[in-house]
Design a protein around this ligand. Structure first.
Ligand SMILES: NC(=O)N[C@@H](CC(=O)O)C(=O)O
Ligand SMILES: [Zn+2]
Ligand SMILES: [Zn+2]
Length: 345
């Protein structure tokens, strides 16, 4: 097959940042995606409905004229979050989901949750109104090996939470392990997972073999090959519980290429090309629409996009810039480490 037409995709996990960085990266998402769930881990985070309204206004103001893109806002859950504010933000359509960051788990997560008991009233309210909780699923206990933090989170935090509040709809974000895939598949209701582009394409060798490669470092960190293969199988299966969340997470190069580099990979510019490659490789191009365009809207109770996009396989590999320039500085683009022939027509 040399071309495929699918409903315009959405990105169910995106970091747009703010200010000059947002202006630099937003056009790439708006070019290829109709909607995106916008992560709230700004400095300071997007905590209240007023924060979300102001951030949404800034995104729409930064959107180049003529581009059609809908930011779906999230609230950053803190131990001080007000359940009534969350509920009214959801009822008005301003906010799609709430995001749970275990405090200290990832970039700008220090205001996150330390004690789940403290946020139970908010979670109970969300279960009552059918509002999804998006979770960065890693424990932060320094004694837990970084490659095990997702699996341990599922066992010690996620599973108990789901037993305590079975009515709560949960998205396990950027799942990276076979443990995560198996756990989602075994659930009978109220659980789904997003999968990133890069976790379908790289394993931990990309970060650590032949020298340390900071542009492949993200959280959750890429795991061993068997886990990548499990993610590939889930994504290309068409199973409704798995959908695309790029987790495109731009950081300027000086903050990646240093003694303590930030976690995050910038993929919004080449995600659709990379995904077409992955699905073609697995003889599953017929499942690309499910993963990128259909399963997410069903989970988030939104309509599938009406517009169609065509992806075409070119004879020559497609090229992207190595970096994009933003007002904050250069941001390195994800290099999938193989020639990719697919592009959006
Ligand atoms: N994924 C990452 O490696 N980084 C994200 C945070 C996150 O999604 O955990 C970021 O904000 O930079
Ligand atoms: Zn995360
Ligand atoms: Zn993220």
């Amino acid at each position: 097959m040399d071309e495929i037409t699918i409903p315009r995709p959405d990105d169910w996990h995106l970091h747009l940042r703010d200010g000059a960085m947002m202006e630099g990266v937003l056009p790439y998402s708006a070019r290829d995606f109709a909607r995106a769930i916008i992560m709230p881990n700004l400095m300071p985070p997007v905590v209240t409905s007023a924060d979300a309204q102001a951030y949404r206004d800034r995104i729409l103001a930064a959107l180049p004229k003529g581009m059609d893109f809908t930011p779906l806002m999230t609230l950053y859950l803190t131990e001080g979050t007000d359940a009534a504010d969350v509920a009214s933000a959801h009822a008005s359509g301003l906010v799609t989901a709430v995001k749970l960051y275990p405090a200290g788990a990832t970039t700008n997560s220090s205001s996150g949750v330390r004690d789940l008991d403290k946020v139970m009233p908010v979670l109970e309210k969300m279960a009552e109104i059918g509002m999804p909780l998006c979770i960065h699923g890693e424990v932060t206990d320094p004694s837990v090996d970084i490659f095990d933090r997702e699996a341990v989170f599922i066992e010690t935090v996620l599973d108990p939470l789901r037993r305590r509040l079975p009515g709560l709809k949960i998205t396990l974000e950027h799942v990276t392990t076979s443990n995560g895939v198996d756990y989602v598949m075994a659930a009978d209701a109220n659980l789904a997972a997003s999968i990133t582009t890069h976790h379908l394409m790289i394993n931990r060798n990309a970060i650590l073999a032949g020298g340390i490669k900071p542009h492949y470092y993200c959280l959750p960190v890429a795991k061993r090959e068997s886990h990548r293969l499990a993610l590939r199988k889930a994504a290309t299966s068409g199973d409704k519980r798995f959908f695309l969340g790029t987790d495109s997470a731009p950081h300027v190069d000086p903050l990646k290429e240093c003694a303590c580099g930030c976690a995050g990979i910038f993929t919004s510019i080449n995600t659709l090309s990379c995904l077409a490659h992955v699905f073609e490789e697995d003889n599953a191009l017929d499942k690309l629409a499910a993963f990128a365009s259909l399963n997410g809207p069903v989970w988030y109770c939104l309509p599938v996009n009406q517009e169609m996009v065509r992806l075409v396989r070119r004879a020559a590999p497609v090229v992207w810039p190595d970096k994009i320039e933003t007002g904050d500085g250069p941001v390195t683009v994800f290099d999938p480490l193989l020639p990719i022939h697919w592009e959006v027509a």
